[in-house]
Ligand binder design. Structure first.
Ligand SMILES: Nc1nc2c(c(=O)[nH]1)N[C@H]1C(S)=C(S)[C@@H](COP(=O)(O)OP(=O)(O)OC[C@H]3O[C@@H](n4cnc5c(N)ncnc54)[C@H](O)[C@@H]3O)O[C@H]1N2
Ligand code: MOO
Ligand SMILES: [Mg+2]
Length: 400
């Protein structure tokens, strides 16, 4: 069996290869940029008036002039005008190009206009160049605005829009299928018989993948080797990643590892020294182009394995920074005897002194998924320790 760290290393050495695609700008939210976005013009592209008021030449101000005849109005969106008389002024609006012959803008709040004459109210406080956003002061033409690898959040999309790109090159997202197995499972809309349950893991996985901007298809197979084999074979042809749940332990109907092997998926590990989630199985096709995670079916185990291993793996595959574990402080002591890394659900509480306290919520084991609704994260408590006193620092893997 592997330690959690050994499992992390194996996953890192079997990263999915990345390829790119071009998507319309409107669909680029959350994607990872696969090209460099350069400034097509200076930012701002002209000396931009940044306050409504009047534009004057600072020489007149320096000469002690306090009253200026208004000779023109320059609105935002109007072509460049000029102040022909350096002792006059132009009324200017925020966003306008600064008129030729002016270099300083006085706000309406700092002047009064009567009969076409603007009079400064606090001339001594006016400074040459004020209220002008100088051309190129933010970025110059051909400056790199966004390097490849940038995640496109709304602020980055605004930058992409401003350079006029209607489409962008981004990293492809993996095609992912979620597959549950088990004769005891019926779908949400069905009424289970006394020995059946409604399936929930596949919907947890689908929703969690959606949070990663991945639209996964969902499938279910009964515990029948032939059906699972043909079903997985078809799904492997059309997907890069299969995330399975159930059928990976020691039971008479736990066919998943055997079927994956028969389909040519090479096992890189099966079983990690951890609770929950011990029977986690991971493999790839020989060329590394297909990846299969087979998660243990107990719902808490599926949840832990997804957020602890699958999510960081997929984030890396998509060129994003993998979800980091937070370091938090145990709010009360925890005892765990088995020589296994123990992941306990916990509620997190941010305290006024900048700490994050973790309140463990052990629940009643790896079948108790209702317990997770009160949790924010799983705490990772190392295998070599039995007693974890209050105050112990622990990694916390968020679940949402
Ligand atoms: N003799 C042993 N028995 C078990 C071991 C072991 O090492 N030796 N491991 C235990 C551990 S740990 C886990 S976790 C489970 C893993 O089970 P499987 O991956 O084989 O999953 P199943 O047998 O199919 O189901 C287990 C449990 O989870 C429920 N389940 C499965 N799929 C779903 C779903 N989509 N939605 C909701 N619930 C689901 C299923 O009904 C079972 O109750 O094995 C232990 N046994
Ligand atoms: O993954 Mo299992 O919880 O250790 O039931
Ligand atoms: Mg089983």
């Amino acid at each position: 069996m592997l330690t959690t760290a050994e499992a992390d290393n194996i996953l890192a050495t079997h990263a999915l290869s990345q390829s790119t695609e071009t998507v319309p700008f409107a669909d680029a939210r959350g994607r990872v940029l696969a090209e460099t976005i350069l400034a097509d013009r200076d930012f701002p592209p002209f000396d931009r008036v940044s306050m409504d008021g009047i534009a004057i030449h600072s020489n007149a101000l320096a000469d002690g002039q306090t009253t200026y005849p208004v000779l023109a109005i320059q609105r935002a969106g109007e072509p460049l005008q000029a102040l022909l008389d350096p002792t006059g002024c132009v009324e200017v609006m925020t966003g306008a190009i600064l008129p030729t012959g002016t270099d300083t803008v006085i706000r309406y709040e700092d002047l009064s206009i009567t009969d076409g004459l603007a009079t400064l109210t606090i001339p001594d406080e006016m400074v040459k160049g004020q209220n002008v956003h100088k051309q190129g002061s933010d970025r110059r033409t051909f400056d790199v605005l966004l390097p490849a690898g940038t995640v496109l959040r709304p602020v980055e999309l605004a930058v992409v829009a401003s350079v006029g790109q209607t489409s962008v090159a981004v990293l492809k997202r993996p095609r992912v299928a979620v597959i549950s197995t088990g004769d005891e499972l019926v779908d949400t809309h069905q009424t289970p018989l006394p020995h059946q349950i409604r399936q929930s893991n596949a919907y947890l996985l689908q929703a969690a993948l959606r949070d990663l901007n991945i639209d996964a298809s969902v499938h279910h197979f009964p515990d029948d080797i032939g059906t699972i084999t043909s079903g997985l074979s078809a799904l492997l042809a059309r997907h890069d990643v299969l995330v399975m749940t159930g059928g990976v332990s020691a039971g008479k109907a736990d066919f998943v590892p055997e079927v994956l092997g028969a389909l040519g998926i090479r096992r890189h590990f099966h079983k990690i020294e951890q609770r929950p989630g011990k029977p986690l199985w991971f493999g790839t096709s020989p060329d590394g182009q297909r990846v299969v995670f087979a998660l243990p079916g107990n719902p808490v185990s599926t949840t832990l394995c997804f957020y602890r291993y699958v999510r960081p793996y997929l984030q890396t595959a998509m060129g994003m920074v993998a979800e980091p574990a937070l370091y938090v402080q145990l709010a009360k002591s925890v005892t765990f005897k088995p020589q296994l890394t123990y992941f306990t659900p916990a509620r997190l509480e941010a305290t006024a002194d900048g700490q994050v306290l973790a309140h463990p919520l052990p629940g009643s084991g790896s079948g108790d998924f209702t317990n997770l609704t009160a949790a924010d994260a799983f705490l990772e408590l190392p295998a070599d320790t039995v007693e974890f006193p209050a105050g112990t620092l622990a990694k916390a893997w968020s679940i949402g």
